[in-house]
Design a protein around this ligand. Structure first.
Ligand code: NAD
Ligand code: MLT
Length: 527
């Protein structure tokens, strides 16, 4: 039974997805003070939030059983995703479920700004009939500057076009082709500032987007420009915006999001030229049902091992690609375990070279699987696909990935070298024609070993009698040999003998093997 804590209000239709499955116990506990959340979160496998609950490092550190944090919505500024990643906790959101609602809210605010709808309504309520005071402007023929042409920015662009607006957009991460497909003209930030009659922002809040529009940018804008922020507070500097509204440089502004939520000081809302809503972009019945159903389905699937969708800290693998990569992921993870047990000293660098027919694919999941396999035998803490790369980075291990489609001898090959402060270990693995993982090289020796059970790796003098002696010792101790190969670089030198063994070899038997004639060293590896 998995315990799920829901700490922000969420649609019952979504929660039903979890409540109707016997594997889940759902506890809804809203508005918990941080100390109370910290005290109870240790009992839960999943935490579901919207934007009110602050999932800080402190909460995450206390959440010893937590496997998934699900955000019903897009923005993750209330979740310390880095702290979660380090602890191996999946963080997922539900992009898309509230896109239309937020795009519609943006359009509503653009129109309210143009026609003074909110101010005129307030004036009527106060018993005034001010037909002259609330003269508006048309959208038709005006230029709308969109900053951030992602999901919401795109939907806003489509809707604004139907009003006959010219759309220009700034998004340094978007391809020009995508913008052209939409019929949107891509410009730089200066172009937005200089040419727009309306500016609407739809980016996440990052170091780059915080204070994107301040006094300096307002000074360069067209007189009478109108601004909208339905994305995240702080992209438009609030104090500077109020000054620009007071000076008349900015004719009107509409805000749905704020630097501090809820705001500590409500003075700015007194400004006549400001239309404001309390973070209502996603607050429609449809969007709330969408995001709640999505997050509950995603969390259920992740906990039951049915796949991870929309996680921001797990490399995403398309299901079709996963079918191709699965045997490589298994091979790579086993190679990680093997190298971890062969290396001595502090690992400084890992070089992973992919060769052959796999190189056309995105191979990050295969690299992450190697790191998981490599770090698991070394560390006390749980290493998984979420935190493996973080832990490697934290431990100062440099990971270098290269690809080469031209290789000899094998159709596909993963060659890995781990460099420690004492020595380097090199292992190569491949998939057999029947997609079975195989270790084919250990340092300079060609071998042929399967990646299941135990490997007994001997380095020995290349002299007759080794196999007989080892076979006898294992046989006397009733230990079965599943497979064996011999590798040598030259006759009469040092050779390597690798045996696949079904069960663990007791230390007393390992001692006999190590003291056998012509054996230089023997290691037992658990795969
Ligand atoms: P998205 O990820 O689909 O789009 C964001 C776009 O911003 C991307 O195309 C990205 O390339 C672009 N971008 C990133 N940095 C940029 C920069 N420095 N300059 C210009 N463009 C940049 O996200 P989305 O779903 O469209 O959401 C957009 C914003 O709206 C997010 O901040 C989200 O949290 C917020 N949001 C608010 C509400 C609300 O209730 N008001 C609801 C949903 C989403
Ligand atoms: C989001 O990021 O999805 C929105 O801000 C809406 C919300 O917080 O629910």
């Amino acid at each position: 039974m998995y315990k799920v804590l829901v700490s922000d209000a969420m649609s019952e239709e979504g929660l039903k997805v979890l409540k109707e499955q016997k594997e889940f116990q759902v506890d809804v506990k809203l508005k918990l003070p941080p100390e109370e959340l910290k005290a109870i979160v240790k009992d839960y496998d999943a935490l579901l939030v919207r934007s009110s609950t602050k999932v800080t490092k402190d909460i995450i550190d206390a959440a010893t059983k937590l496997k998934v944090i699900g955000r019903a919505g897009v923005g993750l500024d209330n979740v310390d995703a880095e702290a979660a990643s380090k602890r191996g906790i999946i963080v997922m959101n539900t992009p898309g479920g509230n896109t239309i609602s937020t795009a519609e809210q943006t359009m509503a605010l653009i129109m309210a700004l143009s026609r003074n709808t909110a101010q005129a309504n307030a004036s009527l309520r106060e018993g005034r009939w001010d037909r002259n005071k609330y003269m508006g402007v048309e959208l038709y023929g005006k230029t709308l500057g969109i900053v951030g042409l992602g999901r919401i920015g795109t939907e806003v662009a489509k809707r604004a076009m139907s009003f006959g607006m010219r759309i220009i957009a700034y998004d340094p991460y978007l391809t020009v082709e995508k913008a052209q497909e939409l019929g949107v003209e891509i410009v730089d930030l200066k172009g937005i500032i200089k040419d727009s009659d309306y500016i609407t922002v739809h980016t996440p809040i990052t170091n780059e987007t915080r204070n994107l529009f301040t006094e300096k940018e307002f000074a360069q804008m067209k007189p009478g420009v109108r601004l909208v922020n339905c994305a995240r507070g702080g992209i438009i500097n609030e104090a500077d915006l109020i000054k620009a509204l007071e000076s008349g440089k900015v004719a009107g502004a509409a805000l749905d999001v704020y630097e501090t939520e809820p705001p500590k000081d409500f003075t700015m809302f007194k400004n006549e030229k400001l239309v404001a809503t309390p973070h209502l972009g996603a607050s429609t019945e449809e969007a709330q049902v969408n995001v709640a159903i999505e997050v509950c389905r995603q969390v259920a699937d992740a906990l039951l091992g049915r796949g991870v969708k929309n996680a921001v800290n797990v490399p995403y693998v398309d299901p079709e690609l996963y079918k191709v990569l699965k045997p490589y992921i298994e091979l790579s993870e086993k190679m990680g375990g093997l190298i971890a047990q062969l290396t001595e000293g502090r690992t400084k660098e890992i070089k992973i070279q992919y060769g052959g027919d796999i190189v056309s694919h995105e191979l990050t999941p295969v690299t992450v699987a190697f790191l998981k396999g490599f770090l698991t035998p070394i560390l006390e803490e749980t290493v998984n696909y979420v935190n493996a790369s973080f832990i490697a980075k934290e431990r100062g291990i440099k990971v270098v990935e290269t690809k080469s489609s031209q290789i000899e001898e094998f159709a596909n090959l993963i060659s890995i070298e781990a460099q420690t402060d004492k020595a380097a270990v090199r292992v190569a693995g491949t998939l057999s024609p029947r997609k079975q993982p195989r270790i084919v090289k250990l340092n300079d020796f060609y071998v042929e070993a399967s990646t299941s059970g135990y490997l007994l790796i001997l380095s020995n003098e290349d002299k007759p009698g080794i196999i007989g002696q080892i076979g006898m010792i294992l046989g006397e101790n009733k230990i079965n040999i599943a497979g064996m190969t011999l590798g040598r670089t030259k006759a009469g030198g040092v050779a390597m003998t690798v045996l696949n063994i079904d069960e663990e070899i007791p230390e007393s038997v390992m001692k006999q093997i190590r003291s056998a004639k012509n054996v230089i060293d023997a290691k037992l590896i658990k795969l």
